[in-house]
Design a protein around this ligand. Structure first.
Ligand code: NAG
Length: 270
């Protein structure tokens, strides 16, 4: 396969639309809460391994992702929640070609995609079984195009199948219900992330398995005042998810990531 064929292949896999950008709070700011007018993303870890992505499928940005190319899983995806739409799942997964250093030295498909997970990595029949667990979930998508845009490997991490389809699903449903009740007429910002587990073997010798999945929401009124917020975190097994304040979540994430103070909404939504 020559480079030209590979580029065509990559474009086909990618739908050629998302963008790796130097600063996603500049390029697609709309997915980050701006309490009191201060637009703040969750903490961005320093270093070249972490890539900021403005995710889209067609013309509009749909959500934003911080991606860890060393572990080949996202750190988090940030999006706005605008009510449940019940979009149809395409279940066809794309990759992000802009993460790869496409050079003439790359001559086969298998060694070409280096900086992210691919479908085959998840096809291992090892136990426990891992799903491609969505961070920005199809269930919360605000449009068909948004739902389609969640099917990128850069928005997924290995999630224990029974957890994904059990307690975590219940959490996604519970968050949708909570914000419907408590954030009527307000803007709802959600961030969902994972913590890498360095004690587990890699999936397919390549993809880091998370120790935890977490999510948090923050609701802002028309004056950009915080009206409600909540955080959730669960181990990557099918046991109950903790329902805590955003401050408590930030405390746990600061310890778990071990990379200094971790903030989800710039410290405003407690
Ligand atoms: C989380 O806890 C809050 C406060 O107790 C409660 O109102 C909310 O319904 C809970 N949410 C979920 C999804 O369990």
């Amino acid at each position: 396969m020559n480079l030209f064929t590979l580029v065509l292949l990559l474009l086909a896999l990618s739908g050629c639309s998302s963008e790796v950008v130097p600063d996603f709070t500049q390029k697609c700011p709309e997915f980050f809460a701006d309490p009191k007018g201060d637009r703040s993303s969750p903490t961005v870890f320093p270093g070249n391994d972490y890539k900021q992505i403005c995710q889209k499928r067609e013309d509009t940005y749909e959500y934003a992702t911080l991606y860890d190319t060393a572990n080949r899983i996202p750190v988090y995806s940030a999006y706005k929640f605008e009510g449940l739409q019940s979009c149809i799942r395409i279940d066809k997964w794309f990759i992000e070609p802009q993460l790869e250093d496409l050079g003439p030295q790359m001559i086969s498909e298998s060694n070409m995609i280096q900086k992210q997970a691919v479908n085959q990595d998840y096809e291992k029949k090892s136990r426990p079984l891992y799903d491609k667990g969505h961070l920005a979930p199809v269930y919360h998508a605000r449009s068909k195009s948004c739902a389609d845009a969640t099917f990128t490997l850069t928005n997924a991490a290995p999630q224990d199948r029974s957890f994904n389809r059990g307690q975590w699903r219940k959490t996604e449903e519970g968050v949708a219900e909570d914000v419907k009740q408590k954030c009527k007429g307000n803007c709802v910002y959600i961030v969902t992330g994972v913590v890498p587990d360095y004690n587990k073997p890699l999936l397919n010798n390549k993809v880091r398995i998370p120790s935890h999945f977490w999510t948090a929401y923050c609701c802002l009124d028309n004056n950009l005042g915080v009206t409600d917020s909540r955080g959730f975190i669960g181990s990557n097994i099918n046991v109950e998810v903790d329902n805590i304040t955003v401050s408590e979540l930030e405390g746990k994430l600061t310890t778990l990531y071990g990379k200094g103070t971790f903030q989800v909404f710039g410290g405003y939504c407690h």
